[in-house]
Ligand binder design. Structure first.
Ligand SMILES: NC(=O)c1ccc[n+]([C@@H]2O[C@H](COP(=O)([O-])OP(=O)(O)OC[C@H]3O[C@@H](n4cnc5c(N)ncnc54)[C@H](OP(=O)(O)O)[C@@H]3O)[C@@H](O)[C@H]2O)c1
Length: 256
């Protein structure tokens, strides 16, 4: 799970105060103690993207100023993970249900998150906000690679890039950098125990990845992915023209 690795790497620097918003605070706190020990710079607060009031409460508790906001959480629809648009479209009710859930959590939830934490960011020194997205939502990537699966997830992640760009258009003048980053393909235990048909779909996608990037050997570890993510975030700046951009873990449009 990339969230925990993010927490681990950022909090390794004792001068960083890290606030982690999670749905299950007790489980996360227990894992922090077990795997990281007593890191007094970590604060775990309850925050559910589907619950505006929980985010509001968290922003109030956090108070003060904030240098970085990393919107990592996301609802990932496993229903669309193995099938193309034309097949999913045959179940209209399920498409409506999944899209509604994807939009509620990933778009409406993040709009609330950004809006509620913006006063803290505006008072911060660094003023950087990043949304974690996927190259599956990049138009050029879709057209060049031809990946058919995960279409609903891709549609909503594309919306997330637009959301970020719109926030950037509004707040760039205040010095706030909004960036959308794809961390690459990361091994977080998704795609467990696929059926033979599902495995064939995944293999098809991997073959498309390999054609696009012959060096691609499969998902990265969370450790590697978060290092890359932090490096891209550190290098990015409004002065470099990065405001509102959507980039890969390389910091550009090379997706794998
Ligand atoms: N893994 C990849 O290859 C990959 C590639 C590109 C982009 N991404 C993106 O990376 C981000 C992290 O995903 P991951 O790969 O680490 O998968 P993950 O382990 O499934 O993480 C999803 C995270 O989102 C949280 N979450 C889901 N719904 C939430 C809600 N309503 N409120 C608050 N938190 C919620 C989950 O919290 P709980 O622990 O409470 O469930 C979990 O921490 C996602 O935005 C994903 O789309 C991943």
């Amino acid at each position: 799970m990339a969230f925990f690795e993010l927490l681990r790497q950022i909090s390794a620097e004792a001068t960083n105060t890290v606030i982690g918003l999670v749905r299950n605070t007790s489980a996360t706190e227990a894992r922090v103690i077990k795997e990281l020990g007593q890191r007094s710079n970590i604060h775990i607060l309850h925050g559910d993207l589907d619950n505006h009031e929980s985010l509001k409460k968290t922003a109030t508790i956090a108070g003060g100023n904030l240098d970085y906001l990393i919107a990592n959480a996301g609802y990932i629809s496993y229903w669309d993970s193995y099938d193309p648009m034309g097949k999913l479209g045959q179940d209209h009710e399920r498409v409506e249900l999944e899209l509604s859930k994807l939009y509620t959590t990933n778009i409406a939830g993040n709009i609330s998150l950004y809006t509620l934490f913006m006063p803290l960011i505006l008072k911060g020194r660094v003023k950087k906000i990043v949304a974690i997205s996927s190259s599956l939502s990049d138009l050029d990537s879709i057209n060049r690679l031809g990946v058919q699966i995960s279409p609903l997830y891709a549609i909503v992640k594309a919306g997330l890039s637009i959301m970020n760009a719109k926030f950037s258009a509004q707040y760039k003048a205040d010095g706030v950098l909004f960036l959308t980053i794809c961390p690459g393909m990361v091994d977080v235990g998704h795609y467990q125990d696929p059926t033979p048909e599902q495995a064939a779909s995944l293999q098809g996608m991997m073959a498309q990845f390999k054609t696009y990037a012959p060096h691609f050997e499969g998902p990265a570890t969370t450790e590697r992915a978060i290092k890359d993510l932090i490096s891209v975030l550190e290098r990015a700046g409004i002065e470099r023209g990065d405001g509102g951009d959507f980039v890969s873990h390389w910091g550009n449009k090379r997706w794998l």
